[in-house]
Design a protein around this ligand. Structure first.
Ligand SMILES: NC(=O)c1ccc[n+]([C@@H]2O[C@H](COP(=O)([O-])OP(=O)(O)OC[C@H]3O[C@@H](n4cnc5c(N)ncnc54)[C@H](OP(=O)(O)O)[C@@H]3O)[C@@H](O)[C@H]2O)c1
Length: 249
């Protein structure tokens, strides 16, 4: 186990879903966990329950992140906050592009910029980036989400070179469907999203992803788990479309 090497962790998107489960798990492992999300009430409840330290802020607020991290060395960074919006490139509105770029990749890069040099200097750290199966597979719809998560995928692999020769580990987690609020936030109707995306499906639970992250961190310090792709057993990706059209020689 290498949890004993680490003292502090920072988890974004901590107010619910995967992030909240990860905060709980890392706190149980004895880390001082700093939890970021916008919903102050939910973070306060999480802090009461787990002993985590709540930081109610928006991950796109770079000055706030900078102020928080100036004198706070982080050993384990879990870049988990993410948003998904409906629409492919033909139907997406301006906000869908701007928000997903800012949250899904902009904030991830800023947090890495703020946290990783300290890890490299201390020769100690673990970065966990939560991307998606959309980072590596093409699934119709949500084109901007795919683009931002693919950027996280590529950046994650690049970080291994940025930290070459230092004991800084980097792990990408690519989940398939997990039962959280993500689809309800996407459509604006939590109850309907529950019916459409989760009822009758055997989806992953946030704790399944927390298990994977706990595993990656807990491997011996000479082991770097680079990528974990985790799907529900009954969710399968793959396929190809080929439209037949008349009038072609
Ligand atoms: N659920 C899935 O099926 C699935 C599949 C693949 C990948 N993922 C990825 O897993 C990660 C976690 O998703 P989830 O399913 O747990 O989603 P979720 O239930 O919708 O939770 C999203 C979390 O992100 C936070 N967040 C969103 N925008 C933020 C912002 N601007 N600043 C700070 N925090 C922000 C939310 O908190 P506040 O609203 O309080 O700020 C919330 O805590 C995301 O990166 C997502 O893309 C999820």
């Amino acid at each position: 186990m290498t949890f004993s090497d680490y003292r502090t962790a920072l988890v974004t998107g901590a107010s619910t879903g995967i992030g909240a489960a990860v905060v709980e798990r890392l706190a149980k492992q004895g880390l001082e966990v700093h939890a970021i999300a916008r919903d102050a009430d939910r973070l306060a409840e999480l802090a009461d329950r787990t002993g985590a330290i709540a930081h109610p802020l928006d991950v796109t607020d770079t000055p706030a992140l900078t102020a928080l991290l100036t004198d706070l060395p982080i050993d384990v960074l879990v870049n988990n906050a993410g948003v998904s919006r409906t629409g492919n490139i033909l139907t997406a509105d301006e906000w869908a592009i701007d928000e997903q770029l800012a949250v899904n990749i902009g904030a991830v890069l800023h947090l890495l910029r703020l946290v990783m040099p300290g890890m490299v200097a201390r020769d100690l750290g673990h970065i966990i980036n939560v991307s998606s199966i959309a980072a590596i597979h093409n699934i119709p719809g949500n084109t901007i989400y795919h683009a931002t998560k693919a950027a996280v995928h590529k950046a994650t692999r690049q970080l291994r070179m940025d930290a070459a020769g230092r004991r800084v580990r980097v792990t990408e987690i690519c989940p398939g469907r997990v039962e959280t609020e993500i689809f309800g936030r996407l459509t604006g109707d939590m109850a309907q999203a529950q019916k459409d995306f989760y009822d009758g499906y055997e989806s992953l639970k946030p704790n399944d992803i927390a298990d994977a992250i706990e595993y990656a961190i807990g491997t011996p310090r000479h082991v770097n788990i680079s990528t974990l792709e985790i799907l529900p057993t009954f969710q399968v990706v793959g396929g190809i479309e080929f439209e037949r059209r008349g009038g072609v020689d």
